[in-house]
Design a protein around this ligand. Structure first.
Ligand code: GRF
Length: 215
């Protein structure tokens, strides 16, 4: 059994997608040990509790600085004996010390095709730039914000008449597909970090897309 801890700050729909995938039997060998939030009002906490998953709040406002918060967060995660830490809409910049502590077992999902559009407001920025293809990325976390070895990406078209909400919804639907898939690869021991790049056992290495380009 591999144990994961999921970190959220709000809605928690990616976390919910993980729970659903588990319930459908798509994540054999996975135990969701806990869901942690840095905000007491994170809506996803209720979803997790309703699914019978342990929850814990570490309110970042109660800590003197980033280092103190990250140290407590690291302790909490270790308390749940996590093999993998899954950032799912966790809206905190993490210290280099925290990232090093969980190096190689810390995943994030970002709502853009990285390295395009790191940071916030990715969908509006994609619209403003007039890109035709947008998407989402699961990556291993490095100390640089929204940066790190790419595990899987999904692309969606930007359609005429899209507004931020429409584009965000199209991307989010794909986030819910690729994040459980990435976690499954980790649980199966198929994800390898080699020289700062990801190799997935059993994936074609001939240049074909890892995820289909959705028309
Ligand atoms: C997602 O778009 C995720 O990519 C980004 O924040 C959003 C979180 O949504 N990092 P949710 O909390 O998983 O619903």
């Amino acid at each position: 059994m591999k144990r994961i801890v999921i970190l959220i700050s709000g809605r928690g729909s990616n976390m919910e997608a993980m729970i659903r995938a588990r319930d459908r039997g798509e994540l054999p060998g996975l135990e969701i040990a806990a869901v942690l939030a840095n905000r007491p009002d994170a809506r996803g906490l209720e979803t997790a509790a309703a699914a019978g998953i342990a929850t814990q709040v570490l309110d970042h406002k109660a800590f003197a600085d980033r280092e103190a918060f990250d140290a407590a967060l690291g302790e909490a995660i270790d308390g749940f004996q996590a093999d993998l830490v899954v950032l799912a809409g966790f809206m905190r910049v993490l210290t280099a010390g925290f990232v090093r502590r969980f190096e190689g077992r810390l995943l994030n999902i970002h709502p853009s095709l990285l390295p395009a559009f790191p940071g916030l407001h990715t969908h509006q920025r994609a619209l403003d730039e007039g890109v035709r293809i947008h998407g989402c990325t699961v990556h291993f976390v490095t100390p640089a914000l929204d940066h790190g070895p790419v595990v899987i990406q999904a692309a969606v078209p930007v359609l005429e008449g899209d507004d931020e909400a429409a584009l965000a919804a199209r991307v989010l639907a794909q986030e819910h597909v690729i994040y459980p898939r990435a976690v499954r690869w980790f649980v199966e021991g198929r994800l390898h970090l080699e020289n700062g790049r990801v190799r997935v056992d059993g994936q074609q290495q001939d240049g074909t897309l890892q995820a289909p380009l959705l028309a």
